[in-house]
Design a protein around this ligand. Structure first.
Ligand code: UDP
Length: 251
């Protein structure tokens, strides 16, 4: 416990502030080492994966911002965060995506035969996600799953408390998933992470951007052309870049 507190304090000192949201500054490899340790010690941890849209949203919702900045890990999901950090003269090591973190946690659960619980996405998506885990990661102990369209939290929270998963993946979209985790994380000592639309991609329901888009950091552009209804949400990116510029000039 004492060691954990020391480690947490050390990590918080290494955070980089981007327009109010405080990001951890470590490599993906280092982050994975922390996660391995957390799983081995059955620590209770909360991971937030934040992109420019979330940073802007947190500026308007002080409760959401507080939840993010109090999380154990805040990782830079999106090239916009890396660019913003560099522009402000406080560069971050590298981008770490929610999707890759989800994969790492599932692979690790498979390797260590750990218990996993899945919450969120549409009923057919969550079923496909569960099926994929059972098929491709047979050593994972999938203790339960539930879609993200429920009225009553209680049965889900009771199931989590009873099954005691080691990893809880919450795909309710932001800020709903972060509010949910903050409210219930004491029900189980697990790694809790909000993974947004990752189940849609993981299950194969939605395609991830092809490698060439990933390499050029143009995943957002791929999403825009394949899901034009997201255009409104994408306007967050130029707005975010403008705020970064203003902040840079202010500094
Ligand atoms: N979702 C959910 N319950 C809700 C609202 C959303 O389970 O009440 C799911 C939705 O089905 C999708 C995910 O949350 O799987 C959000 O996806 P989106 O692509 O909007 O999230 P992002 O990755 O951009 O945060």
């Amino acid at each position: 416990m004492y060691n954990n507190t020391l480690k947490e304090n050390a990590m918080h000192k290494n955070r980089v502030d981007i327009l109010g949201t405080e990001f951890d500054n470590f490599t993906e490899k280092q982050f994975h080492k922390y996660l391995d340790y957390d799983l081995d010690t059955k620590a209770n941890k909360f991971i937030v994966t934040a992109n420019p849209e979330i940073v802007l949203s947190a500026r308007k919702d002080s409760k959401f911002l507080k939840i993010i900045n109090n999380a154990d890990y805040v990782i830079p999901d999106g090239i916009g965060i890396i660019k913003g950090a560099k522009s402000l003269g406080t560069p971050l090591h590298e981008r770490i995506t929610g999707f890759d973190t989800l994969k790492y946690l599932i692979e690790t659960a498979d390797r260590k035969q750990l218990k996993v619980y899945l919450l969120g996405a549409k009923p057919e998506v969550i079923r496909a996600t569960a099926d994929k885990i059972k098929k491709d990661y047979p050593q994972v102990d999938l203790v339960g799953y539930h879609d993200g369209y429920f009225k009553d939290d209680a049965p889900i929270v009771d199931e989590i408390a009873e099954k005691k998963p080691n990893v809880i993946l919450v795909a309710l979209g932001y800020p709903k998933q972060e509010y949910f985790i903050e409210k219930y994380r004491q029900k189980a000592d697990a790694i809790w992470i909000g993974v947004g639309g990752s189940f849609d991609v993981f299950s194969g329901t939605k395609k991830r951007a092809p490698k060439v888009f990933q390499k050029l950091s143009l995943e957002w552009f791929y999403r825009l052309i394949t899901e034009p209804t997201r255009f409104g949400r994408m306007l967050a990116i130029p707005k975010y870049m403008k705020l970064i510029k203003q902040e840079k000039n202010r500094k």
